[in-house]
Design a protein around this ligand. Structure first.
Ligand SMILES: [Fe+2]
Length: 484
């Protein structure tokens, strides 16, 4: 493939200089556009990509310095070579300070200009190679982060955000195949690129086409021959990358990235970068889906266990669900990481599973329990731990179920361990369990008022309960008041 010709914009209010320079550079193999004023130069810049500007400093209206300032604000990497027929050290210094690539005084030799132009382009090439290298480094970092993300919304957001930044797109949309098998806009990015924008027919048609063909498309406005099945892109778009997201067995979505007219179109290198990102993200998205399916099934199983216990004890209906809710807010407040919050949540549902082995007569007894009956009840943490220790995916809940009746001062059961020897999850569970039990009816008593329950928690702070957990709980339930 022939290398793309570089586009040079020559700006000078003296027509003859423009003409001579233009002809010389064209002969050297460049595309040249000539502008006789700063205003005309800005017009050219707004219409097509320029790789180098050679501009006179002194011009009526928008001067070369004004033009330089504008260029540095909009595209800092575009080199500007300044020329002047009235050389002073001050103007040279000012131009270089403002970011001019170089400075030349008239009259100049054409060869000298030719050399400077060549040097400017080799500097750009070097800069581009540096950018490429840093892109490869960040691509590696980004893919690592994608595969480590386990939350679906976070993953979608990160994938689109990283893609947008890595290939310098102005806007992007991530479409995923929904349960009906249709592509649905799941995430959008970029100012003005709302979900409604992506419902434009050209994007919808291109996304469907790319998903069907399972092949990516790079569509460059005015360069890619129009596909007979696809409507043309909106006029403000310069290029569109539409990339299918595939797992080994199916297409799970499409990633769309656009660049607007004032920029250069995406390149094959951008496609390569998106290729790496898309293949990593496809695997990550599929994994997260599988993971959340497993998690849902897991939760359903645990709920079924909890209901089985509650079916034996008419008074504890809803107890496990409530304990679960309290444990989750407590665990969050106490700063537990997400995976531990999940464990505490399941333990909240399942903590009394051992009651399945306790006689219904004892569980539902209206009067005071005998010592022997209480000893029977006290067996439920160990019984529960034994039941779940045989189930591989429940094993990690064993310590919390086993120790949820331990006291912080060591006077609880079954093992009478104390303080930090009690797993933190079990200490959280203990407060949530006690508060839920106190504030609901029991066979042997009516529910206590919230105030009385709070007072008991405060009374037992450091005795039955971990002070840190009691404080966090009271803070959640009565913000602003403290236990002490
Ligand atoms: Fe219990």
């Amino acid at each position: 493939m022939e290398p793309e010709k570089k586009h040079i914009l020559v700006v000078d209010d003296e027509f003859s200089i423009c003409e001579v320079l233009g002809q010389y550079l064209k002969k050297d193999g460049y595309n040249v556009t000539m502008a006789s004023s700063g205003e005309e130069a800005l017009e050219v810049l707004g219409k097509s990509p320029v790789h180098l500007i050679i501009s006179d400093i002194k011009m009526p209206g928008i001067s070369g310095v004004d033009l330089l300032k504008h260029v540095k604000e909009t595209d800092g990497a575009l080199p500007v070579l300044m020329t002047t027929g009235f050389p002073t050290l001050d103007t040279a210094i000012e131009a270089l300070k403002l970011g001019a690539y170089d400075y030349m005084t008239k009259p100049f030799h054409l060869e000298e200009i030719g050399e400077k132009v060549k040097r400017a382009f080799s500097t750009i090439k070097l800069q581009e190679e540096n950018v490429l290298f840093s892109k490869l480094v960040s691509l590696h970092e980004v893919t690592k982060e994608l595969t480590a993300t386990l939350e679906v919304n976070e993953l979608n957001y990160k994938f689109l955000d990283f893609s947008l930044r890595m290939v310098k797109a102005d806007g992007g949309a991530l479409l995923l195949v929904d349960h009906m098998g249709k592509l649905a806009i799941t995430e959008t990015a970029g100012e003005h690129f709302t979900p409604a924008y992506w419902l434009n027919q050209p994007f919808v048609a291109t996304s469907r086409f790319v998903a069907q063909q399972q092949e990516p498309a790079l569509i460059i406005m005015d360069a890619t021959p129009p596909h007979k099945e696809l409507p043309p892109l909106p006029p403000e778009v310069c290029s569109l990358i539409s990339f299918p997201l595939k797992t080994p067995s199916r297409v799970i979505g499409v990633l769309n990235l656009v660049r607007l007219k004032q920029h250069e179109p995406h390149t094959d290198l951008d496609m390569e970068i998106v290729n790496v990102l898309a293949s990593q993200a496809s695997i990550a998205i599929e994994n997260v889906r599988l993971y959340s399916n497993i998690r849902d099934n897991y939760l359903k199983t645990i709920r079924a266990f909890a209901l089985a216990v509650e079916a034996k004890d008419e008074y504890t209906h809803g107890h496990s669900e409530n304990v679960m809710k309290y444990t989750v807010v407590l665990a969050k407040r106490l700063g537990l990481p997400d995976h531990e919050i999940e464990l505490v949540k399941y333990a909240g549902l399942l903590h009394d599973i051992g009651k399945i082995g306790v006689s219904e007569n004892i569980l539902n007894k209206a009067g005071k329990l005998t010592t022997q009956e209480f000893e029977e009840i006290k067996k439920h943490p160990e019984l529960g731990a034994r039941i779940i220790s045989d189930v591989p995916f429940l094993k990690s809940l064993v310590p919390m179920v086993l120790h949820h009746h331990e006291f912080f001062n060591g006077c609880g059961y079954p093992l009478k361990i104390a303080g930090n020897s009690i797993p933190f999850g079990a200490r959280i569970l203990s407060v949530a369990d006690a508060y839920e039990a106190m504030t609901s009816d029991r066979p042997y008593r009516k529910s206590l008022s919230i105030e009385v329950a709070f007072n008991i928690l405060i009374e037992e702070r450091g005795k039955q309960f971990d002070p840190q957990v009691v404080d966090a709980f009271l803070d959640i339930m009565q913000p602003g008041k403290t236990a002490k």
